[in-house]
Design a protein around this ligand. Structure first.
Ligand SMILES: [Zn+2]
Length: 306
């Protein structure tokens, strides 16, 4: 699933590819992608004749700004954009096509069909779902230590599920939460409210550094993720914890362990990331708990992790 660095890479690429292009017509072959308006004809009518001005991002949402309308697009599991010539054959799972006056076409492809698109009058996108409930933007100047501390101090939730909650901090998914917690030396099951000021600082800096490095590398290519120009990201080569089960920790050499926290596969160095006092399942007890899960749940989890 694309996380913030991957979406940022798509944003940059798309901005280069489509800024300045004017839409001649829009073809929708899978109406369920459209959330607002949900009628394909109304959706097309709001876009035709408009010009893409820039592609922005809020959390994992792309914000495509046109003259007079804003398109909010979420790629979810498998959504992809690509620029094609109008006459190029349309690939399977292409659901929305924006044909431009210059003979090119922006195509949205989505094998899993979970992606969404919303249209708004400019400015209205901030006061309605899905953007109105989003939390702190970690690569923005507004993500200060004080703001982050204020958010953490009130929550008794375990830190990992809290960081995955998009209403708290946006853009962090399973990969970068494991990476940031490892870099900060914090166990994923530590209740947020038990973290000390020093740990807030470490975690804040680790989130910013991890995401910035991943953006720089063009996003991770787990699940053979490909960005808008068909280039693979390079960040998977520098992962510290995620997906490195059994491999030595880059800090201390202890093998990385995998467990389940909040239903998500979680990678931890048992030496650098000490479990919270009086709580926290050990890797062994999590393993036993996992075995008790039904096979159906197991298959679903495995599917998500692969
Ligand atoms: Zn370690």
């Amino acid at each position: 699933m694309p996380e913030l660095p991957e979406v940022e890479t798509v944003r940059r690429t798309l901005n280069q590819l489509i800024a300045g292009k004017t839409i001649e017509c829009v073809t929708v072959t899978l109406p369920r992608i459209l959330q607002k308006p949900d009628d394909p004809q109304a959706f097309a009518a709001m876009l035709e004749g408009r010009t893409f001005q820039s592609v922005e991002r809020r959390g994992k949402f792309l914000r495509l700004v046109l003259d007079g309308v804003v398109l909010i697009s979420h790629l979810r599991m498998e959504g992809r954009y690509g620029l094609y010539g109008k006459d190029e054959p349309v690939e399977l799972h292409t659901h929305v096509r924006f044909s431009f006056t210059d003979g090119t076409e922006l195509r949205y492809k989505d094998v899993r069909q979970f992606g969404t698109m919303h249209l708004f009058a400019p400015g209205d996108e901030w006061i309605a779902a899905p953007l109105n409930k989003l939390g702190l933007e970690p690569l923005d100047e507004s993500f200060t230590l004080d703001e982050f501390t204020r958010v953490l101090a009130r929550r008794t939730t375990k830190i990992k599920p809290l960081l995955l909650n998009q209403e708290v901090v946006v853009g962090l998914g399973n990969i970068y939460v494991d990476e940031a917690l490892h870099a900060a030396g914090i166990h994923p099951e530590t209740p947020a409210s038990e973290l000390k000021r020093k740990e807030h600082q470490k975690l804040h800096d680790a989130i910013v550094a991890t995401l910035a490095a991943a953006v720089e590398a063009g996003g991770s290519s787990i699940k053979s993720y490909v960005n808008g120009q068909g280039e693979m990201g390079l960040f998977q080569h520098s992962l510290r914890a995620y997906g490195r089960t059994g491999e030595p920790c880059s800090e201390c050499g202890t093998p990385i362990e995998k467990s389940v926290v909040g239903g998500r596969g979680t990678h931890v160095c048992p030496s650098c990331q000490k479990p919270p006092r009086g709580g926290g399942l050990t890797a062994v007890s999590v393993g036993a708990a996992k075995k008790r899960r039904s096979n159906a749940v197991k298959r679903r989890l495995d599917g998500v992790e692969q």
